[in-house]
Design a protein around this ligand. Structure first.
Ligand SMILES: NC(=O)C1=CN([C@@H]2O[C@H](COP(=O)(O)OP(=O)(O)OC[C@H]3O[C@@H](n4cnc5c(N)ncnc54)[C@H](O)[C@@H]3O)[C@@H](O)[C@H]2O)C=CC1
Ligand SMILES: O=C([O-])CC(=O)C(=O)O
Length: 250
């Protein structure tokens, strides 16, 4: 499999590590050359690259930033290529979302938004219109927010759209939930900076006509304290099962 990675940071390193037996060529794009050089040293199949489109590439994988998603997605889907997007926060921008949806009407591309650092998307996919409200409470150590508070602090309460504007590297999960439920009004977000914890904890509360659901996720952080290890692992899980004939949990 040949993969073009947008972003050569923490998540890309974890995906490369876990997929090294399945990847033939990994093209790396990053404006930080040191990150690229580090990964080239570590994995012989990595190639530094400017952005390009080619039939040689099986998947584009974005592990960079909301800004990078906005910069590269249009070109990828106009050229009928598939992309996996971790910085799902980009979809909180109505104009971007609308443009992407219009292009996809005449494209063979598929955009895959992995469950990332959370779970419960299967419940939302099943219930959809039955859902009244979703709340996500995200609790991370102060370092994730570049804070040094010594007492627990509620640093945000509001909509998913406002949350990602304020915390673009910490709360993509709220936009993933909004995309799953196809509504940007139903998801409310609480963000807490908590000095007592060392994990990234997400609690998701779903109130629906079919029942009530509470999901608690206690993620170990990766080398980037903002990012839970499960986020890149969700991309690995997706890539490994993409070609399976039996798909579980769809
Ligand atoms: N959907 C989810 O559940 C989650 C999403 N994320 C998101 O995944 C993304 C990657 O996370 P990490 O690997 O931990 O971050 P990281 O900061 O370690 O790596 C990102 C890399 O992308 C590069 N980059 C950013 N914008 C770029 C651009 N426009 N052009 C070229 N290079 C660019 C940076 O220089 C950096 O090397 C982040 O946006 C993060 O917020 C993280 C955790 C969970
Ligand atoms: O990794 C996490 O726990 C969540 C995260 O950073 C995000 O959604 O952007």
């Amino acid at each position: 499999m040949n993969i073009f990675f947008i972003g050569a940071g923490n998540c890309t390193e974890i995906i490369l590590e876990k997929m090294q037996n399945c990847i033939k060529k990994a093209y790396l794009l990053d404006y930080d050359v040191e990150k690229i050089n580090f990964l080239k040293e570590k994995f012989h199949f990595c190639i530094e690259s400017d952005f390009f489109i080619s039939d040689d590439i099986d998947f584009y994988v974005e592990c960079a930033s909301v800004e990078a998603v906005k910069k590269y997605t249009e070109n990828i889907i106009r050229n009928n290529k598939n992309i996996i997007i971790l910085s799902s926060g980009a979809f909180s921008d109505f104009d971007f979302r609308n443009n992407v949806e219009n292009i996809l009407k005449n494209s063979r591309s598929q955009i895959f938004i992995p469950s990332g650092a959370i779970g419960g998307i299967d419940i939302i996919n099943s219930l959809k219109d039955e859902i009244n409200s979703i709340t996500i409470e995200t609790r991370k150590p102060p370092l994730s927010f570049n804070m040094i508070n010594t007492k627990e602090e509620l640093i945000f309460y509001g909509t998913a759209e406002e949350a990602i504007k304020n915390y673009p590297k910490n709360i993509n999960v709220a936009i993933t939930l909004s995309m799953a439920v196809e509504s940007f009004d139903k998801v409310k977000v609480k963000i807490i900076s908590d000095p007592k914890i060392i994990k990234n904890i997400h609690k998701i509360f779903i109130d629906s006509k079919a029942g009530k659901y509470e999901i608690k996720i206690e993620n170990n952080p990766s080398n980037n304290p903002k990012t839970s290890l499960m986020a890149p692992l969700s991309v690995v899980g997706f890539l490994k099962k993409f070609n399976n004939s039996i798909k579980v949990g769809v």
